[in-house]
Design a protein around this ligand. Structure first.
Ligand SMILES: Nc1ncnc2c1ncn2[C@@H]1O[C@H](COP(=O)(O)OP(=O)(O)OP(=O)(O)O)[C@@H](O)[C@H]1O
Length: 312
């Protein structure tokens, strides 16, 4: 078998006359982090529920780690973790007791459990509060306990639905760092979120859902390229030269927009810094700075949905 962790083909979900998902193909390789994005009602959650086997597709098929979540629900549950928007824990039990309870339900060998729980709590930095009741936990602590559960269960695939919503900036960064380290240890992660900066910071690829379908899947650079912008955005600071005229002659440049005084924002489909530097000098100007930035997901996302005829 290939290293494909998730393979969904032709997924359709109808609720009466409503078509929630209208034909989704999604292939995710082991160790990838893929962001699921799109306006409210575009079909992300319904797709996730079908991937997990929590709702039956009207059409199409799903394989997670080679298994069918409808026919082999127990095997899939063992290896696939789901972190919903608000993770449900038993409020009157401590963090450690909650994990022990889940471990018992999952039938994990008792001799392993104590050690695994300790290691998972350490990893998410909850060891200090592990023996406090969950009722006293903040939202960020609950989300981290959710990740500890996935770690304890040794999940190979994690599906996270808005994991950072309602978290303050510091807790968001902390959770993102943890998610990234899970991926570095080989976990495959699907992350549905409306927070574009969160998605940009940790996802290798993004899938844009639009009216029940995936309209685009690829890297942010590929999205920027697709919508006619450039994957490379270069902030040029120069004096004594008008770059808007000069750079139109450079192969690969998509647009040049004057920025604040003495600055131009150049969008290109490759790194054109050497040519820009040469053009400034040949034009008799003085080059002060060239700053290469990654294409921004929020700009590309908004342009994509504006073109698709939707408010993003
Ligand atoms: N159980 C259901 N019964 C009827 N319609 C449903 C049901 N679940 C979802 N839908 C409809 O299916 C469509 C897709 O919903 P879904 O929740 O998958 O979107 P989403 O992309 O996850 O949205 P959000 O960003 O708001 O979470 C919506 O029109 C929704 O109203």
């Amino acid at each position: 078998m290939s290293n494909r962790a998730i393979d969904a083909k032709g997924l359709v979900k109808r609720y009466g006359s409503t078509i929630a998902v209208a034909g989704v193909d999604l292939a995710v390789n082991a160790g990838e982090v893929v962001g699921l994005l799109g306006p409210n009602g575009a079909g992300k959650t319904t797709t996730i529920l079908m991937l997990l086997g929590l709702t039956e597709p009207s059409e199409g098929s799903v394989r997670i780690l080679g298994k069918d979540p409808l026919r082999q629900p127990l095997e899939v549950k063992q290896e696939v973790g789901y972190l919903p928007d608000a993770v449900g824990f038993y409020e009157t039990m401590t963090g450690r007791e909650n994990l022990a309870y889940t471990a018992r339900l999952a039938g994990m060998p008792q001799d392993l459990v104590r050690e695994r729980i300790g290691a998972a709590l350490d990893k998410v930095r909850l060891s200090g509060v592990a023996d406090r009741r969950v009722a006293t936990y903040s939202r960020g602590m609950r989300q981290r306990l959710g990740l500890a559960e996935l770690l304890m269960r040794n999940c190979r695939v994690a599906i996270l639905d808005e994991p950072t919503s309602g978290l303050d900036p510091q807790s968001t960064q902390e959770l993102l760092g943890l998610i990234q380290s899970l991926s570095q240890h080989g976990m495959t992660i699907l992350l549905a979120s409306h927070m574009l900066n969160v998605v940009q910071s940790i996802c290798h690829r993004i899938a844009l859902f639009n009216e029940g379908k995936i309209g685009f899947i690829g890297t942010i650079e590929e999205l920027a390229d697709r919508i006619g912008g450039g994957a490379f955005v270069i902030d040029v600071e120069a004096e004594g030269v008008d770059l808007s005229g000069l750079s139109a002659r450079t192969d690969g440049v998509k647009s040049v927009v004057p920025g604040r005084r003495g600055h131009w924002l150049v969008e290109a489909n490759r790194d054109v810094r050497p040519e820009l530097a040469r053009l400034v000098v040949e034009g008799g100007g003085a080059l002060k700075n060239l700053d290469l930035r990654r294409a921004q997901l929020d700009q590309a996302y908004n342009r994509y949905f504006a073109e698709a005829g939707h408010d993003a």
